[in-house]
Design a binder for this molecule. Structure first.
Ligand code: Z5A
Length: 218
């Protein structure tokens, strides 16, 4: 058990899902709501969330970064995560803040594992080493059909060329969706599946109810 974890009374909530599923929107709305109830919240994201991890984010997501294999990619995301945990997440939880994180380990299992072909057992080993017992108390999986998610991402981009992930096509994004749902089936006590096709306010209400059910009224 890490030194930080002994004092941990905050809650660690992650948002996961495919492109354009509304993770960032709902993470922001939940953080705003919790703050309005007097709870200290750290909003963060992966890759990123600390100066070193944000520098790695720029490198990882830069279209000019030379192509590299899924194992190299997984190690880069994991290196960013190690620093993010030490610099941001564990200190916040030690202060009893709540942490709301846009993407975390499930993204690695899905993008580099299910889609990238890396063995889940290898990623689990890496995760144990880096994450240890700082695992999310709750993961909100924003579930949306791939075509709608890509259409939303394109609309938001306002005609800019698709990024590397968007350009991979519908079959790839459908595979991601199924892999996220499989993780929810395997870990139903941690991962709650949210129908992300509904209007933003309805989804936000549902997530607030979910959080109240899991952790008590805020
Ligand atoms: N990645 C990885 O491979 N391995 C890892 O371990 C980790 C990450 C941690 C990071 O991309 C990429 O890194 C990610 C996986 C990979 N790539 N992909 N894809 P990112 O951080 O740049 O982007 P993202 O995480 O994919 O998020 P996103 O595309 O920005 O989407 P989002 O956060 O889910 O959605 P949003 O920004 O909240 O909403 C998108 C648009 O839809 C926006 O205009 C909203 O106003 C609109 N929206 C939101 N909700 C609704 C509803 N309910 N109805 C209608 N419109 C809506």
């Amino acid at each position: 058990m890490s030194a930080y974890h002994c004092f941990m009374t905050g809650r660690f909530i992650t948002f996961e899902g495919g492109e354009g599923s509304g993770k960032s929107t709902q993470a922001r709305l939940l953080a705003t709501y919790l703050r309005s109830r007097g709870i200290a919240v750290v909003e963060t994201r992966e890759p990123g969330g600390s100066p070193f991890a944000e520098a790695l984010r720029n490198f990882i997501l830069d279209p000019a970064t030379p192509p590299h294999a899924p194992l190299s990619e997984a190690l880069l995301f994991t290196a960013a995560r190690a620093d993010h945990l030490d610099a941001t997440i564990r200190p916040a939880l030690a202060r009893s803040d709540w942490v709301i994180c846009d993407r975390f380990t499930d993204s690695t299992r899905v993008y580099q594992g299910a889609a990238g072909g890396l063995a889940d057992a290898a990623l689990a080993t890496l995760e144990s080493l880096v994450v240890g017992d700082t695992r999310p108390d709750l993961t909100v999986l924003m579930d949306l059909d791939a075509a709608t998610g890509l259409a939303r991402a394109r609309e938001r981009a306002g005609g800019a060329p698709p990024d590397g992930y968007e350009a991979r096509g519908l079959a790839y994004h459908d595979l991601l969706r199924k892999a996220f749902l499989a993780r929810a089936t395997a870990e139903p006590s941690r991962i709650a599946v949210i129908d992300a096709a509904r209007p933003i306010d309805l989804i936000a209400d549902g997530i607030r109810s979910l959080v109240a059910t899991r952790f008590g009224p805020a």
